[in-house]
Write a protein that binds this ligand. Structure first.
Ligand code: BG6
Length: 482
């Protein structure tokens, strides 16, 4: 399959926090990939902006090192890298002072898209926004990109939204949730709304329950300070898992455009019931082997690094269908998937067949992006009608050829969407607030009860209580396989 690259318009992109971890791991290597593919125009300009007193060349050297360390196979294209580096500039700016802003202003060109990536602590958003205006760097249609965590709770998210709204229109604000940039996450929408097969069955008449698993093998290595304040609920559930839930559960938007899609997602979040204390389990790895507390800053930390929830959506489509969500660090394998488990047949015409056959549509986010649909067939050979469940497997890399196997990083795709001015895969302010409004009472409930996370073994599938969450409903989690 030949991939089709549609170049974006010429642009100036300023990365505040340009020397930071995210810029080095994701943003800069991703931009190089897009440059090399021809999607990023040769004249596009990237400006790193941070506190350190570097010159252009020192920053270019840092970019070259980041590409060497975090880039893919394209990093060896020395000629292309040289041309890419020539498009890169650096300005030392003082986010809270006056230094560097005139120089930054001088680097901006007229007549090209202007975008500003705020890869810095949220406490600086207001200062950056104010200076971008005061130094006439912001234009009426420039774009700003902000990272998660977007707030720590509803109150802080509201305050951040209000700060940004003083300086920018909502159509200029791109709140990143990198899960929305993942190939298979977008495929979820293609599967749901590009096929006639699934949509008629996508409701409480045919679906027994839905499982969403985002399992990681990494711990919190080196991020203990942040993670202790955040925990899996704020770090993963409030954003990534809720976004997945929205895409599975939303009504079909009338068009694939930013507001139509985001309106439908918002309705899902608002239809979520509050979570009962016995329908959520939090865990912390620590029994046997490596403990979270060894990674955390606070050795007595009660922060969760695993959460399992039974969620309910109160609307006509989903009433009575539980959504089981779980995510955890230091799990058995890195494996993320969405499984739509359909209902039993109700009556079998095959004598002696007492097994419970179920159709399951599993959408694999990572690794091994693809889908499989479990169907029931006759076991081959003589001996009567014995039924067996088999997966109809579609691994995208196999089905679409080697080009499709090159799964682009979510960040680079999303940055190109910023330049195109397409907000469909970004969170709107009201969505983020609604997500906090659902998660806040869960967290404050834990605090009020003095709840402590259940221990689980590193390398396992999470605490026993998470298994019970399903077992007591006569259901079981799917196996976590890498
Ligand atoms: C980030 C979280 O948003 O997502 C991390 O802060 C987590 O804790 C990461 O590890 C997972 O992303 P991915 O793309 O590796 O699944």
């Amino acid at each position: 399959m030949v991939s089709r690259v549609i170049p974006v318009e010429n642009f100036d992109l300023v990365i505040f926090g340009g020397t930071g971890d995210l810029a080095r791991r994701k943003i800069l290597p991703g931009l190089f990939r897009r440059y090399r593919s021809g999607q990023m125009p040769a004249e596009a300009r990237i400006v790193g902006a941070a506190r350190s007193a570097l010159d252009h060349d020192a920053f270019r050297q840092m970019v070259a090192e980041a590409v060497a360390e975090f880039g893919g196979p394209e990093k060896d294209d020395a000629e292309c890298l040289k041309a890419f580096l020539a498009q890169i500039h650096y300005v030392a700016v003082d986010a809270k002072g006056e230094g560097g802003w005139q120089a930054l202003s001088g680097l901006m060109r007229e007549g090209v898209v202007r975008a500003f990536y705020f890869s810095v602590a949220p406490s600086l958003f207001g200062d950056l926004a104010e200076r971008l205006h005061r130094f006439n760097i912001a234009t009426p249609d420039c774009r700003i990109v902000v990272e998660k965590p977007f707030g720590h709770d509803l109150a802080t998210a509201r305050a951040l939204n209000a700060t940004l709204a003083t300086h920018f229109k909502e159509t200029q604000i791109y709140r990143i949730d990198h899960y929305l940039g993942k190939e298979t996450v977008q495929n979820l929408m293609a599967v749901r709304f590009g096929n006639i097969l699934f949509e008629p069955l996508w409701n409480n008449h045919y679906v027994d329950h839905i499982q969403v698993t985002v399992a990681e093998t990494v711990g919190v290595d080196g991020r203990g300070g942040y993670y202790d304040q955040s925990g899996a609920m704020r770090d993963m559930v409030q954003n990534h898992l809720m976004q997945l839930l929205c895409l599975i559960a939303m009504e079909p938007p009338s068009r694939f455009d930013a507001d139509a899609v985001r309106d439908e997602k918002l309705k899902v979040i608002r239809a979520l019931d509050p979570v009962a204390a016995d329908e959520i389990v939090r865990g912390q790895y620590g029994s046997g082997g490596k403990a979270y507390r060894d990674d955390a800053e606070n050795p007595a930390s009660t922060t969760e690094c695993f959460v399992a929830i039974k969620a309910h959506i109160s609307n006509w489509r989903w009433a009575g269908v539980p959504f089981y969500l779980r995510t955890g660090k230091k799990m058995r394998a890195r494996s993320s998937e969405i499984a739509v488990v359909f209902k039993d047949l109700g009556h079998s015409i095959f004598e002696g067949d007492t097994a419970r056959h179920r159709n399951i549509l599993a959408i694999r986010l990572q690794p091994n992006e693809g889908m499989d649909l479990q169907v029931t067939i006759k076991e081959p050979g003589p001996g009567g009608m014995r039924l067996v469940d088999v997966p109809l497997d579609m691994t995208f890399a196999e089905a679409l050829g080697p080009d499709a196997g090159e799964v682009h990083d979510a960040y680079e795709r999303l940055i190109m969407d910023v330049i195109r001015g397409n907000q469909t895969l970004f969170m709107r302010g009201d969505e983020v607030e609604a997500a906090w409004a659902w998660t806040d009472p869960i967290i404050s409930g834990w605090d009020a009860r003095g709840d402590r996370p259940r221990p689980y073994e590193a390398g396992s599938a999470g605490p026993e209580e998470a298994m019970m969450l399903m077992h007591r409903d006569g259901r079981r989690w799917r196996e976590i396989k890498g």
